[in-house]
Design a protein around this ligand. Structure first.
Ligand SMILES: C[S@@+](CC[C@H](N)C(=O)[O-])C[C@H]1O[C@@H](n2cnc3c(N)ncnc32)[C@H](O)[C@@H]1O
Length: 386
């Protein structure tokens, strides 16, 4: 074992591939947990994961663990820690708390107790002076996690969630979380030699993540601020080296990526984002109806999350999925397709045999991610084409 212990948080279902990604970025003793992965690493690994991971949402460093049976014991244990060695009076802080416990039911209350203990330590040691709280843009983020009677206190190394890549325009309807989109691409077996189509691409998240994976572009290439920069051991030179070497590792890969989007305005906005990122040569998005259009490549892979029908009647969404299935059967023989859907009934209307199925969450919606190999035998009932 070398370095310190860290925990990278992620979305449900991505733990195993995040574990592999962390190993590839230098983490050791990597263990998948629930919506998280624990690992050991040095500072280089911590910086590299914050800059290069496509699947982590944030990385935290646990530094204090204890059991507490009630709030008074919790406060006392928190007061025993030398908080003034972790950060200074001039730095601001904030506490995030997550509580899974029948004994401690209010996470906000535990955050308040933790704050009181920290401020009391400062007041005592610094002649009554104390650091300020900043809920918007704090220097230090302290994570309080409670499971039953067990508390883990960690320092958040990330700050703003890592799913923010910097390309997303604000207020777009129902875009996929970037971490989920990257996970869908990474678990699909897709690589840059396979033409990729998202036939209902919306903001183009799947295509943009695939492009950055193929070209090994750091997902937060231009992000300048991370919470670890406020830690008292921050090594600016090491951080610059990590950044430089990730930029140098980018590849001049030729990729064929296409998107269809029926909503002309949305397609236009996605095209604009692609142009801003300088990717117009690699990703072609067209405003067309998938059902009327011919395939953009002779063969390839489809990765998509079609509408789940939240705003449509069930029979309308079932006939939509039937048409989707028929289009795949009629025009995409020889292709493979990964479809994410949060509508269990509708997905059956595709009329295709799935050869793999994974459970994922799109926000709070439980989804199934289905794999279809579109060869002649993949129809559920031979001759069922309508
Ligand atoms: C759930 S959203 C996809 C979100 C996308 N993955 C993103 O990250 O923004 C589904 C998209 O499919 C589009 N769509 C619906 N029917 C379509 C069709 N027949 N052809 C092409 N696009 C369609 C919708 O306009 C919507 O933008």
């Amino acid at each position: 074992m070398h370095g310190d212990k860290y925990i990278a948080k992620t979305l449900f279902g991505l733990e195993e591939i995040l574990a592999r990604e962390i190993e590839s970025l230098g983490g050791t003793d990597v263990q998948p947990l629930n919506r998280a992965v624990s690992f050991n690493g040095d500072q280089t690994t911590l910086y590299r994961i914050n800059y290069c991971s496509r699947l982590a949402l944030r990385v935290i460093k646990p530094f204090l663990q204890f059991r507490a049976h009630n709030e008074t014991v919790f406060y006392k244990r928190m007061r025993r820690y030398n908080w003034d060695q972790l950060f200074g009076l001039e730095q601001t802080f904030k506490i995030n708390s997550v509580v899974h416990s029948s004994q401690f039911s209010h996470s906000r209350y535990m955050a308040l107790k933790a704050k009181d203990a920290i401020l009391d330590v400062f007041r005592l040691k610094k002649n009554g002076q104390r650091p300020n709280i900043d809920l918007e843009d704090p220097d230090m983020i302290i994570d309080v996690h409670c499971s039953g009677l067990d508390f883990t206190i960690s320092l958040d190394s990330t700050g703003e969630s890592l799913h923010r890549r910097g390309y997303r325009k604000k207020n777009r309807p129902a875009p996929l979380n970037e971490v989920l989109a990257a996970g869908m691409v990474m678990m699909s077996g897709w690589n840059s030699s396979i033409p990729l189509l998202d036939p209902m691409c919306g903001s183009g998240t799947i295509l943009l993540e695939a492009l950055m994976i193929a070209k090994a572009i750091p997902p937060r290439r231009n992000r300048l601020r991370y919470a670890f920069m406020n830690w008292n051991n921050f090594d600016r030179e090491l951080w610059s080296q990590v950044r430089r070497s990730a930029i140098l590792d980018q590849k001049e890969e030729r990729v064929e990526l296409a998107g269809f989007e029926i909503d002309a305005r949305r397609a236009k906005e996605t095209q604009a984002v692609i142009r801003e990122m300088g990717f117009q040569g690699s990703v072609k998005v067209r405003s067309v109806n998938f059902f009327d259009e011919d395939p953009p490549f002779t063969t390839g892979m489809i990765i998509s999350n079609p509408p789940y029908g939240k705003r449509m009647a069930q029979d309308a969404i079932e006939s939509f999925y039937r048409e989707l299935g028929d289009t795949l059967k009629n025009k995409y023989m020889g292709w493979s397709a990964w479809i994410l859907s949060g509508n269990k009934t509708a997905i059956k209307s595709l009329g295709l045999k799935t050869s793999q199925r994974r459970m994922l969450y799109n926000g709070a919606i439980e989804c199934k991610y289905h794999f279809y190999e579109l060869y002649a035998g993949s129809r559920k009932t031979i001759g069922s084409i309508t």
